[in-house]
Design a protein around this ligand. Structure first.
Ligand code: SR1
Ligand code: MG
Length: 423
């Protein structure tokens, strides 16, 4: 199979025949296709994902489909998202070495990436649903975000290179369009593909959709997302885009990558920890998840702290881009000026991440793309109680984000809502 053949989706049956001459794959897993075992394991919303095991090893073959897998071919989606994913992965590997899977091969025509098979890693969301406490995720993800978001921006890159990347990723129009609609707008009106736990949540959903302050704030976040091309984002950094063992953390699936606000990745990620927190009640037996709830709140504190510390470190040591240039501050003996500018920047990232977190919580409960944290709670009444608390929390973050000063304050709010909320 070459990049010049017309696109054709792989299947478990055809994969070995079509990739038998692929040198990169053969060198990872062995040439003898009679020993290849192929499984399709994609459980995301968009793509095919195969694990291919051979006599000498294993690899992942990921292929984009020309439509949204979750919905079907009535919703076409361009194959070029695979190109953006490939370029994002190579940049993330360079900026945060060891944080993403190794790439063995990319075929643009077949929208196909062959990459490292991460084993025994599992998806972070699944681990959190199972109640597993992973000791390293906060540090690993905090570092990943700080390194990729700082080093992909005008704080670090040569502006010519950054502008070239801005142009490259600006073509990821259709995936941005998904985020623009599914995250920032659809949850706040009766959009066609929305769904929620009904009838239990009908009342609270109607209230949120009539909430003028919330709608205005969600549109302000959308405006920021669309107009603040600050850095190369992962673009979809939720707990389903992270694979873990007890000691290792890898980020996957950056097909939504584009230039946007630093706070977007951080807010989306923290929102997923807070949703994991509110969903624990649906997964516990005999009150056994108290420690897990405490762990999840600690993870938010530690992630934000690791992000801040590393971002500040990079600010002081690698600020070689055209923004806040050293020639204006350190080179003039004005180290305090550089610290003042850093404080401003961290403060706006903080305020904005709360807004992004609030809308991310809402869209996972009110929109098209729900998450397994809540969806796997079989008892609908119990699920609705967990979701209602998260909705209330998300509304508070989005609307009051400028009045919230610390992550401890956010976590006290989460704990209060968890204890007191009733629907
Ligand atoms: C139609 S795609 C829905 C969602 O799946 C992806 O993982 C993104 O989160 C997107 O918003
Ligand atoms: Mg994904």
């Amino acid at each position: 199979m070459t990049g010049k053949s017309p696109f054709e989706a792989l299947s478990v049956e055809t994969l070995a025949g079509r990739l038998r001459a692929n040198g990169a794959l053969c060198s990872q897993i062995g040439k003898d296709t009679s020993r290849w075992k192929v499984r399709e394991v994609g459980d995301g919303n968009l793509n095919l994902v195969f694990i291919v095991e051979g006599a000498e090893g294993a690899a992942v073959v990921k292929q984009a489909l020309p439509y949204v897998r979750l919905v079907g071919d009535s919703w076409p989606l361009p194959l070029k998202r695979s190109l953006f994913e490939y370029h994002a992965l190579t940049r993330q590997q360079a900026r945060a070495p060891g944080s993403v899977p190794d790439i063995y091969h990319f075929d643009e025509g077949q929208a196909l990436i062959i990459m490292e098979y991460l084993s025994p890693h599992i998806i972070l969301r699944r681990a959190l649903i199972e109640g597993r406490q992973l000791p390293n995720i906060a540090k690993d993800i905090g570092l990943f975000m700080a390194r990729t978001l700082f080093r992909g921006s005008d704080l670090s890159m040569a502006t010519k290179d950054r502008k070239a990347d801005l142009a490259l990723f600006a073509d990821n129009v259709e995936l941005c369009d998904i985020t623009e609609n599914l995250v920032f707008s659809d949850p706040y009106f009766d959009a066609k593909m929305n769904r929620h736990t009904s009838p239990q949540l009908d009342g609270i959903v109607a209230e949120l959709r009539a909430d003028r302050d919330l709608k205005v704030e969600a549109q302000r976040m959308k405006h920021l997302f669309a107009a603040n091309a600050e850095t190369l984002l992962h673009g979809d950094l939720h707990s389903g885009s992270i694979m873990v063992t007890d000691t290792e953390t890898r980020m996957i699936d950056p097909e939504f990558a584009f230039y946007g606000p630093i706070a977007f990745d951080v807010g989306m990620l923290l929102a997923n920890f807070w949703m994991a927190f509110f969903s624990q009640r649906g997964h516990e037996q005999n009150g056994k998840r108290d420690a897990m709830r405490a762990y999840l709140l600690d993870v938010t504190v530690d992630t934000w702290s690791a992000f801040r510390a590393e971002f500040s470190h990079l600010w002081r040591t690698e600020r070689d881009g055209m923004l806040y240039q050293k020639s204006l501050f350190e080179d003039q003996g004005d180290r305090l000026g550089a610290e003042q500018a850093l404080d401003h920047m961290l403060h706006s990232i903080w305020t904005d991440l709360l807004g992004f977190a609030g809308v991310e919580v809402h869209r996972r409960i009110l929109g098209l793309a729900h998450n397994a944290d809540f969806e796997t709670i079989a008892d609908q009444d119990l699920r609705a109680r967990c979701e209602a608390k998260a909705l209330k929390f998300g509304r508070h973050l989005a609307v009051n984000r400028r009045q919230i000063h610390s992550i401890d304050e956010v976590n006290q709010l989460a704990a209060l809502i968890e204890r007191e909320s009733r629907i």
